[in-house]
Design a protein around this ligand. Structure first.
Ligand code: SF4
Length: 340
C-alpha cells in the first residue's frame, strides 16, 4: 500500500484571553491508500483540531500552527495558500462533518447543492452534472434520487442528510475522506447503516478514510488501524486487533474497560463511559506523561518525563513508561500495592 498522508510532529495552539492553549502537542500518524484509520479519544483530546489542521480549516485569527508537517502524496500541505488548499479539498480530500443540518444549506435543494460541489471541480455540461448527481445519490443509497434531487434538507431524515453530505464529499472522487464523528448525531440503526456505507465506499472506490470518533464500537466496526489521542498527543497506535486485544497504555485500558461490549455487532452498547478524573489543563500541560494524574500505575518518572514511543510490533506503539525495559511489570506493580 502506498503512503497517502503523513502527519509528523504536528503542534497547534489557540490564542485565548487566558493565554495559549496547546491543543495538539506533537502528533504523528500516517494513512495508506485504501486504509481506514480511526483517531479516537475523549472530547478535547485534539482529534478534531488535528483534522481541521489537515484540511486548512482552523480559524486563522485564533489558531497557530506551531510546528510539524502534513504531507499528502509526498507534498507538504500544511499552511498551503487558501486557493491551493481549496483545490486540493475539492479534488483529493473530502470532509464529512458531524452535523449535516448545519453543513447543508437549508434554502437550497439537495440536488443543487451536490451539483454546486461537482461544478466547482469539473467542466461538466448541465446534463453531465445532473447525471453525476443522480449517480452519487444512487451510490450513497438514497432511493428515488430523481425525486430526492428536488427536495430541501428539512424534507429528509437525519440519516438521509448524512448520505447527502457523503455524496457531496465524494463528488470529486477524493483519495482521502475525513469523517469527523459522522454518526454521532444519528440513532443507532442509522449509525450502523452509515458505517456500512462508509465501509462499502472504501472497498468499492479504494478511498482512504480517517474516522474521528469517541466511539470504540465505530472503531471496531470500520477501522483497520487506530490512533488513540490524549491531551493533544497520540499515546498509542496500532492495528485494531493490537489495540483491542493487547493494549499497551493505561488510558487505552481505561477506554476499553469503560465499554461493555466493543466487538463487531454490539455497536449500540459501545459508548465510552468517562474515566475518573479530568484531562490536564492545556494552558500549562504537564512536562511528564499527560495521563499521570489519572493513572493508577503512575511512577515518579511519569511526572518528571514524557515517555518515549516504545514499539511492541512493527505496527504497534505506545507512550508509557510501563513499556520501558526497566519498568516493573504490571503484575509486580500490583504485588507492591497497586490496585489492578
Ligand atoms: Fe501511567 Fe506512567 Fe504510563 Fe503515564 S507513563 S500512562 S502515568 S504508567
Amino acid at each position: 500500500m502506498s503512503r497517502l498522508l503523513e502527519v509528523n510532529d504536528l503542534k497547534v495552539s489557540f490564542k485565548t484571553y487566558g493565554g495559549e492553549v496547546k491543543a495538539v502537542r506533537g502528533v504523528d500518524f500516517h494513512i495508506d491508500q485504501g486504509e481506514v484509520l480511526a483517531i479516537v479519544g475523549e472530547s478535547g483530546c485534539g482529534k478534531s483540531v488535528t483534522a481541521q489542521s489537515i484540511m486548512g480549516l482552523l480559524p486563522k485569527k485564533v489558531s497557530m500552527i506551531k510546528g510539524g508537517s502534513v504531507t499528502f502524496n509526498g507534498e507538504e500541505i500544511l499552511g498551503l495558500p487558501k486557493k491551493k488548499m481549496q483545490k486540493l479539498k475539492g479534488s483529493e480530500i473530502g470532509l464529512i462533518s458531524q452535523d449535516p443540518m448545519t453543513s447543508l444549506n437549508p434554502t437550497m435543494r439537495i440536488g443543487s447543492q451536490i451539483a454546486e460541489a461537482i461544478k466547482k471541480h469539473t467542466n461538466y455540461s448541465k446534463s453531465q452534472v445532473y447525471a453525476r448527481v443522480i449517480e452519487l445519490l444512487h451510490l450513497v443509497g438514497i432511493p428515488n434520487p430523481e425525486k430526492r434531487y428536488k427536495q430541501y434538507p428539512h424534507e429528509l431524515s437525519g440519516g438521509m442528510r448524512q448520505r447527502v453530505l457523503i455524496a457531496m464529499a465524494l463528488s470529486c472522487e477524493p483519495k482521502l475522506l475525513i469523517a469527523d464523528e459522522p454518526t454521532t448525531a444519528l440513532d443507532v440503526t442509522i449509525q450502523a447503516q452509515i458505517l456500512d456505507l462508509l465501509k462499502d465506499i472504501q472497498k468499492r472506490l479504494d478511498t482512504s478514510i480517517i474516522l474521528i470518533t469517541h466511539d470504540l464500537g465505530v472503531v471496531a466496526e470500520v477501522a483497520q488501524r487506530v490512533a488513540v489521542m490524549y491531551a493533544g498527543v497520540v499515546i498509542e497506535s496500532g492495528e485494531v486487533e493490537e489495540i483491542f486485544e493487547a493494549p499497551k497504555h493505561p488510558y487505552t485500558w481505561g477506554l476499553l474497560h469503560s465499554v461493555p461490549k466493543y466487538e463487531k455487532g454490539n455497536h449500540e452498547k459501545s459508548r465510552l463511559v468517562p474515566i475518573e478524573g479530568s484531562p490536564p489543563d492545556l494552558f500549562a500541560p504537564p512536562v511528564g506523561c499527560p495521563f499521570a494524574a489519572r493513572c493508577e500505575y503512575a511512577m515518579e518518572i511519569c511526572v518528571d518525563q514524557m515517555p518515549d514511543v516504545t514499539k511492541s510490533s512493527p505496527t504497534h506503539s505506545a507512550r508509557c513508561w510501563l513499556n520501558d525495559s526497566q519498568a516493573p511489570s504490571v503484575k509486580d506493580f500490583v504485588a507492591a500495592g497497586g490496585e489492578r
